[in-house]
Design a protein around this ligand. Structure first.
Ligand SMILES: Cc1cc2nc3c(=O)[nH]c(=O)nc-3n(C[C@H](O)[C@H](O)[C@H](O)COP(=O)(O)O)c2cc1C
Length: 286
């Protein structure tokens, strides 16, 4: 898989053709998820696919921005053990599934929800484990995509959410990456000298809920620290998924260009001058 081009060309697709997805393609995605690198390998995660339009009707009002569900021929649902950082792990894996799906010619979009038990109920999922991700999958409908190039995307406008940025725009690197301490903006020359420009340029493309782009990074010698605009990080489902996706995008580029990346979650006992509304999530040794 060419991760770089998949990341650069990736975008959320919210309108799909009715064409069903071949079972062989779905099992390729499932197999890939079993074999691929995980953020936390000890957490068991199961992938289930829900096909047919009754799933859209069942999920309407339960999932999607303010309950405005995305209509797709198939939904990938990830079901996970409830262990520390299982949601970051789900973000990492769910986004891997999106990259694989894209490699196989499919389009996709994350779908948020607030009540995971309700998701289980409407889809008839019987398990003690937790629903940790819903991803709409299908063949993108071009005509409809063109209609919907409106800046905020019709799901935002339908659900009447105020999104200040365009739904796909990204913040510049110098606002996202700091050197040594908070506020000390990185420039491209410094990142390039440290062989990190590539990884950050791709990490910047990570999708996030409502395109909030809550991630910031501090480069401290041999460590890259991921910091998130917390918005109740401890309780927020989407923030943790966003963090996992960011870890994947940064890590996968290191994996293909430099060395095997590994994220850790231990406490870092160091004062970086991080404002109180941001939380350290983890770090990657580089
Ligand atoms: C955790 C998460 C949840 C999301 N939930 C929804 C959703 O419910 N409905 C929707 O239309 N888009 C959803 N999105 C897609 C984001 O709005 C989209 O990724 C962002 O606007 C950036 O656009 P792009 O992916 O096209 O680059 C979600 C994305 C993430 C990461």
């Amino acid at each position: 898989m060419n991760y770089k081009s998949l990341i650069m060309e990736g975008k959320s697709v919210r309108h799909f053709k009715e064409t069903p997805i071949d079972a062989k393609i779905l099992s390729e995605i499932e197999q890939y998820l079993l074999e691929c690198k995980k953020l936390i390998p000890s957490i068991e995660v199961e992938a289930r696919f829900f096909a047919g339009d009754d799933n859209y009707k069942r999920l309407y009002g339960v999932a999607g921005y303010q309950g405005v569900m995305i209509e797709a021929p198939t939904y990938l649902v990830l079901i996970s053990e409830d262990k520390p950082h299982h949601l970051e792990n789900a973000g990492y894996l769910g986004e891997r599934a999106r990259l694989k799906a894209s490699d196989l010619g499919l389009s996709s979009c994350w779908v948020t929800y607030s009540d995971r038990n309700m998701v289980k109920n409407v889809l008839g999922i019987e398990t003690d484990r937790e629903v940790v991700a819903i991803i709409a999958l299908g063949y993108g409908s071009k005509e409809k995509q063109i209609e919907n190039t409106a800046k905020t995307g019709d799901n935002y406008s339908k659900s009447n959410l105020s999104v200040t940025k365009s739904s796909t725009e990204r913040i510049p690197l110098e606002k996202m990456v700091f050197i040594d301490k908070w506020g000390n903006s990185a420039d491209t020359d410094t990142l390039s000298e440290r062989a990190l420009l590539d990884a950050f340029s791709y990490a910047r493309m990570a999708p996030s809920a409502l395109n909030k782009q809550p991630w910031r990074y501090i480069v401290d010698g041999g460590k890259v620290i991921l910091v998130l605009d917390n918005e109740e990080y401890c309780g927020s489902y989407t923030n943790k998924i966003d963090a996992g996706i960011a870890m994947l995008y940064f890590g996968v580029i290191l994996d293909v260009t430099m060395f095997d990346s590994k994220w850790g979650f231990d406490n870092l006992d160091k004062d970086y001058g991080i404002p109180s509304n941001f939380t350290v999530i983890g770090y990657c040794n580089i």
